[in-house]
Design a protein around this ligand. Sequence first.
Ligand code: SF4
Ligand code: SF4
Length: 425
Amino acid sequence: MAEPSVTSSNPVRDVCDYELLFDCVHCGLCAEACPTYIVTRCEMDSPRGRIYLMKSLAEGRIELADDAARHLDLCLGCRGCETACPSGVHYGRLIEGARAFVEQEHRRGLVDRVKRGAVSAIFPYPNRLQTLLAPLKLVECLGLRSALRAVMPRTIRDWLDLLPPLEPGSRPLASGTTIAPRADASTVVVHHGCVTQVVANSENLNTERLLAAAGYRVVQIEPTSCCGALDLHSGNAARAGNFARTNVRALKNSGADAIVSAASGCSVAIAEYGELLKDEPEFSEDARAVSSRVRDLSALLLDAPANPKREFRCRVTYHDACHLAHGLGVREAPRKLLASIPGVEIVEMPESDLCCGSAGSYNLTEPAMARELARRKADNIVATNAEYVVLANPGCEFQIAAELRRRGSKIKVVHLADFLAIASQ
Ligand code: SF4
Ligand code: SF4
């Protein structure tokens, strides 16, 4: 595709927050931080190229043809470009707007529509996902998962490969020991997410147990609603807003001083409720207050009044989940926490903050690019000779573990909360 000219004019279409596009000075310093550009070497798959596209679409200088939609769809939303950008471009907000525009204005192929429809109809609703996975759990308990996989069509097989083991007892749980919180202890609530509570609930439970063991007062909200990130990433802003309102009410009513999620994508979504609901007088103030209370598990544990640790000898490498590193800027605290466990040796992997290809539901809808990035991530992990890859997002765990399983690797991929539970036993 020829690059559109950059002469400015007035927007004729509501593609994204048009004014934000002008923060980009087209320096290109973000390109080498962009996973899709690294793979394709195509300007239109770089942040700068996509910003050109959004501006050209907004100004009516190009139409939303299939190739323009493809370049936007291929963006992972990882926000590696935001970290790299010296001009402070809010790329995440731009691409969320553009996704909603593509969703409204572009008709996708049938297979794509079915895949996206399935993700949208099932994943944000824990009960539906639980029901869908119940027969698979049984198949797994009977030891027949490989046999089932063999008779499935390619797309279903690829999705099955991303699922972690489902049988009971396959995930570690920290002992329930807690210390009585001091009278002035901070109150923390753990947002259980949607997919996480069905397929990786140990990460929620361990997060709560570790916080309680460290002296925090842990409170619960019931039931937890999807944070809306899946919808924001797929252009369904209206439903994301509904989820956000439900969560703002519940999180406010919890009275918690700190809000934690085992999924970094959910943490960022909640941290941005203030922006998402800023034009709704009924919610804007509460949404801002809720967003300001989002905290990272590792930072809370490092600050904890009690933080007991036993020796655990092993070699660990740490993968930076995109939304934790690029969305919340959390990089040092998880490494510091791991390093504080006697016996843990941390070895850095190259490109630790380059997206693994998981990116919410991206690995389900864009499997080719997702697989390419998973291979690159696995190469970097294997080169460290680590026994554990620790990370703070269940989606990254499933994606990286699937790639390492394909290679027959024995490296264990473990969420930070689960790793701390293992290390404390
Ligand atoms: S969000 Fe990630 S994939 Fe998308 S343009 Fe930025 S760096 Fe590239
Ligand atoms: S997004 Fe930032 S780093 Fe990338 S081209 Fe624009 S100004 Fe430069």
